[in-house]
Design a protein around this ligand. Structure first.
Ligand SMILES: Nc1nc2c(ncn2[C@@H]2O[C@H](COP(=O)(O)OP(=O)(O)OP(=O)(O)O)[C@@H](O)[C@H]2O)c(=O)[nH]1
Ligand SMILES: [Mg+2]
Length: 241
């Protein structure tokens, strides 16, 4: 089978995880390639990936000069995927919260069942989060309830960072109006895709707290998402697309 899939993984200080993760993703099948978008991680994650990419043509690297945020990292990755003719494009974290064996499941929904997007959902069938402190779980759950209510997007996990797109979804998005860096970015992408009437499949996943390394979660990211949600609610109300 030919390559048709690109898994985009943004990284910032993920040296403990990245090598093993790349190995596990590539193991999912010959149709998968990987793009790491690293923001000049001080722990030299970028160097580890560079060495791997020199030996393995299925691994690609974009190294940015600074920590410019998750949102712009994904947008650079999306542009790369479109320029390089991948049909199916995925988002995934580098910290093993997302199980690589779900990637072929996403691909199956996109390729064989005609969905345009497959979103890994922690809240589809109950709550499937392992090892998170209760405070973090409550924050995530409430944030999702709030975002769903205000934006009207009927997706149970609007902040999910694990998903697959058919390329036409990314072709249709106006990257210039996507503003957020953190979770707000995921809400924006879901909202705009839903509003364009793409066929969306929610796939229940089990989300496990990061294996190693440190969280980049911050109050700033939570506040950013809060204001983004109100902005999207405004768009919904006044039917601005
Ligand atoms: N390129 C890039 N990657 C980032 C940036 N911030 C976070 N990441 C990566 O984005 C993914 C998600 O970030 P995490 O720190 O795991 O955020 P989280 O999942 O909300 O929080 P924890 O799992 O608790 O750490 C990881 O692969 C990070 O390395 C950034 O500014 N630039
Ligand atoms: Mg994480």
């Amino acid at each position: 089978m030919g390559v048709d899939s690109l898994v985009i993984i943004p990284t910032y200080n993920e040296k403990e995880n990245i090598k093993e993760l790349i190995k596990e993703v590539l193991h999912q099948g010959d149709e998968f390639e990987i793009l790491i978008v690293d923001d000049n991680s001080p722990d030299k994650t970028g160097n580890i990936v560079l060495e791997i990419s020199k030996k393995d043509q299925r691994v690609h690297l974009i190294e940015r000069r600074d920590k410019l945020g998750l949102g712009t990292a994904y947008i650079e990755g999306f542009k790369y995927a479109l320029e390089n003719d991948y049909e199916f494009i995925y988002e995934m974290d580098a910290d093993f919260s997302h199980d690589p064996s779900v990637l072929p499941v996403f691909r199956k929904y996109l390729k064989e069942e005609g969905f345009d997007m497959a979103i890994g959902s922690r809240y589809k069938d109950g709550v499937n989060v392992v090892n998170w402190p209760m405070s973090r779980l409550i924050l995530s759950y409430c944030a999702n309830f709030f975002a769903k209510t205000i934006t009207g997007a009927p997706i149970s996990d609007l902040t999910s960072g694990f998903k697959g797109f058919r390329r036409k979804v990314l072709e249709s998005l106006n990257f210039d109006i996507i503003k957020a860096d953190g979770y707000g970015f995921q809400i924006e992408v879901h909202f705009y895709s839903y509003r364009k009437n793409f066929r969306i499949k929610e796939v229940p996943i089990i989300f496990i707290d990061r294996r190693s390394g440190h969280s980049k979660m911050s109050k700033k990211i939570v506040w950013e998402a809060f204001w983004i949600v109100w902005g999207l609610g405004f768009r919904r109300l006044f039917r601005v697309s």
